[in-house]
Write a protein that binds this ligand. Structure first.
Ligand SMILES: Nc1ncnc2c1ncn2[C@@H]1O[C@H](COP(=O)(O)OP(=O)(O)OP(=O)(O)O)[C@@H](O)[C@H]1O
Length: 690
């Protein structure tokens, strides 16, 4: 700590009291002159080795010199976690928030930082230091292009911006160092040493991988520790969790049983608070939790996922069976990590996970301040397979991190639209120059085997994309060069894919009569609506029948059709319980899907208005509200007019007192379950004023 500037040291010691000294990785970075210099840095040290605080040091230095810093994270969950952590700095007069215009240190997701580089140049020019968390996501298909283009634009608009990238160790660091014009500092220190092993079923005289997981959980019980198990599908998380639960129930103490029972009850409370009986998935999860084994996937209520994460952190669960998505969003270390499936489902069938993903999952093993060692286990079906996995994952090299910008067609479209809409590029040459400055352009130009045809292939990609954007009325050629149309500007300001925008515009163009069933189905066919999925191997006939009832005749019934029916039932005031049981879907994500659908309806309304059609605006506002609140038309005004009333109590009011609530006094209103004095007063105020 001594080598730090006094003010920074004092702030860190005060805000991170448990940090008594810097670890070897942190010292290595600090000793490299990281604080004193203004040059860009890539800090590549293992998971949980304290990258955040290193990033913060650069931010504090900037802020204490009167400047502004931005901390960019890949996910809302990480953004919220960091805002909470950084709020401590406010004791030292440092404003912490989510936008540079109102904060010294602002924390935002990559997409928000990208928007800053497209629309808020003056604000961006006020930023002196940019910290990028999980920088290694630059090689990811979805987030990577947004991040690399945002960085490219930021460097153009604010050339003095200092960039500090916090990253996992990458294979081709020198390439990234060259593109970012940064200094790379790497270190392999881990706060908890990691023991990586490949187990195989033959070692345990079984052919069932779940048996191996049970052995690892039993060992965890003996060590008073826990296990995190990664499998490839939602259904596997449930089956593994239930299998383990059944096998370990005789090994847990009555005290543990009581503790697990409390977790199980908390899981069941979540749907009840939402006005729905527990779905079969809730019941399955609660039952499994009773013996300390939980499953975690996107088909659960968000609050249930948070309960599982929090209780696991507190040591009140023995095992979580999860899909790899848990790895990114949540900082959830565990003494043991079991990777039962090393393949994942892709459109080409099961593919082996990249070594990089294996490293990320393994890296979760070993809780700082708790464990003296972390164990990561990869499970093979046989000794031969174990040898192959040992070769590939334990001794193998992580893959090269490559830009996915050109592979991701939508990203190419979105970036060209951004460049033109923000007037940074006015013609194909300027667009080409921008792409050459991206990580993709750098890799193409600096790779001897690709540089020969780099220019031509990039030119071809851009010309093809421009043709598509002009043909679809997103860009237009004018005497002053390329410009975004009103539709193009709409896309530029949204985070929706171009595919969604074009699909909805085509639907809007041929629309004769607004049919909300058909519209919701169209939304479900776009890549931007999170889908509600069928539970594996269950009948799809109820969905097919409901669709036909609504005038939608569809041959192949999939998750888009399931989502359409779930949303139509949702706006007809069905509960998640009713939807799950009637249609065999994971209905816990209905609210989230309905929320996104409500936003997409507003986007569709904007598209119609851009096409000069305003006659459905009101209907679409109503539909958006119905999706947001999950209500029929007659409740919309009441649920919007009375904050936190919610659909269940609103329906109870109308059912009990009829449509006209004006004669009903506050005492009578409180007869409705869940309506207290405050809410009764708010209802009266609304009803009198409306
Ligand atoms: N020198 C230290 N001594 C003790 N604890 C530390 C030290 N440095 C950081 N920590 C704590 O260790 C935990 C992990 O740190 P941090 O989240 O920064 O790691 P990370 O490298 O960013 O991990 P990830 O890769 O998961 O983002 C945090 O709670 C952090 O406050």
């Amino acid at each position: 700590m001594e080598t730090l500037p006094t003010e920074i040291k004092n702030i860190i010691m005060d805000c991170y009291p448990y940090i008594k000294e810097f670890n070897p990785a942190q010292r290595h970075v600090i000793d490299s002159g990281y604080i004193e210099t203004k040059s860009n840095y890539i800090i590549a040290i293992p998971t949980a080795s304290g990258k955040t605080i290193l990033g913060i040091m650069a931010a504090l230095k900037t802020i204490l010199n009167g400047g502004k810093a931005v901390y960019a994270a890949p996910l809302i969950s990480i953004q919220n976690e960091k805002v909470k952590e950084f709020k401590e700095f406010e004791k030292h007069g440092i404003e912490v928030g989510k936008h540079p215009s109102s904060a010294d240190l602002s924390v935002m997701v990559f997409e928000s930082f990208d928007a800053l580089t497209r629309f808020s140049w003056d604000t961006l020019r006020e930023v002196d230091t940019l910290i990028i968390d999980e920088f290694h996501m630059i090689g990811e298909y979805s987030r990577g292009p947004t991040l690399e283009c945002a960085i490219t634009r930021a460097k153009i608009i604010n050339p003095n911006l200092r960039i500090v990238a916090l990253s996992a160790t990458l294979q081709n660091m020198e390439e990234i160092e060259g593109w970012l014009e940064a200094k790379v500092v790497e270190h392999d220190y881990r706060p908890v040493p990691l023991n990586k092993e490949v187990l195989n079923t033959e070692m345990f005289n079984t052919s069932n991988k779940n048996e191996v997981v049970v052995k690892i959980v039993e060992k965890a019980i003996e060590d008073s520790s826990q296990a995190l198990s990664f499998v490839s599908t939602r259904r596997f998380t449930e089956s593994l969790s239930n299998y383990v639960s059944g096998k370990i129930k005789k090994k847990i103490t009555s005290e543990q049983k009581n503790m697990f029972k409390k977790v199980s009850e908390a899981i069941l409370e979540v749907p009840k608070r939402k006005g729905s009986r527990p779905t079969s998935t809730c019941l399955k999860l609660a039952e499994s939790c009773e013996n300390g084994a939980a499953f975690h996937h996107a088909g659960l209520f968000n609050e249930q996922k948070e309960i599982i994460e929090e209780e696991f952190r507190k040591g009140n669960l023995l095992m979580i069976a999860a899909t790899p998505s848990l790895m990114y969003g949540v900082n959830l270390p565990s003494r043991s990590v079991v990777i039962r499936d090393y393949t994942r489902w892709t459109s080409q069938g099961p593919q082996a996970i990249p070594v990089f993903d294996y490293e990320q999952m393994s890296g979760r093993a070993g809780r700082p301040q708790y464990d003296d060692v972390g164990f990561s286990y990869l499970v093979a079906k046989s000794l031969d397979e174990a040898c192959d996995l040992q070769e590939k994952y334990i001794h193998g090299e992580i893959e090269t991190t490559n830009s996915k910008l050109i592979e991701n067609k939508d990203a190419v479209y979105k970036q060209i639209i951004s460049q033109v809409a923000s007037s940074l590029s006015k013609n194909p040459e300027e667009i080409q120059n921008f792409f050459k400055m991206t990580f993709y352009g750098y890799q193409m130009t600096n790779n001897p085997s690709m540089s020969l045809f780099a220019e031509d292939s990039l030119k071809y990609e851009i010309e093809t994309a421009l043709e598509f954007l002009l043909k679809n009325g997103i860009l237009q050629a004018t005497p002053d060069g390329l410009k975004a149309t009103a539709f193009g500007n709409l896309i530029a300001k949204s985070n929706y894919t171009v595919e969604t925008s074009v699909k909805l515009k085509e639907y809007a163009t041929q629309l004769e009569e607004l049919d909300i069933n058909e519209l919701i189905y169209q939304l479900s066919l776009t890549p931007d609506l999170p889908l509600i999925s069928f539970k594996g191997r269950k009948s799809k006939d109820p969905v097919r029948e409901k669709l036909s009832e609504k005038g939608l005749f569809v041959m192949n019934i999939g998750n888009s059709e399931a989502t359409t029916v779930a949303l139509l039932e949702w706006i007809d005031e069905r509960s998640e319980y009713e939807i799950e049981n009637a249609y065999n879907v994971y209905s816990a994500s209905t609210r989230r899907s309905a929320y996104e659908a409500s936003l997409l309806v507003k986007f569709f309304k904007n598209i119609l208005e851009v096409l000069g059609r305003y006659n459905y605006s009101r209907d679409l506002d109503y539909l958006s509200a119905r999706l947001y609140y999950g209500v029929r038309d007659d409740l919309i005004l009441l649920v919007i007019g009375v904050k936190r009333l919610g659909r269940k109590r609103a329906r109870a009011l109308i059912k009990t007192f009829g449509e006209d609530l004006r004669p009903i006094n506050e005492t009578q209103l409180q007869k409705i379950e869940g309506i207290g004095p405050k809410l009764a007063k708010n209802i009266r105020v609304f009803v009198q004023n409306y």
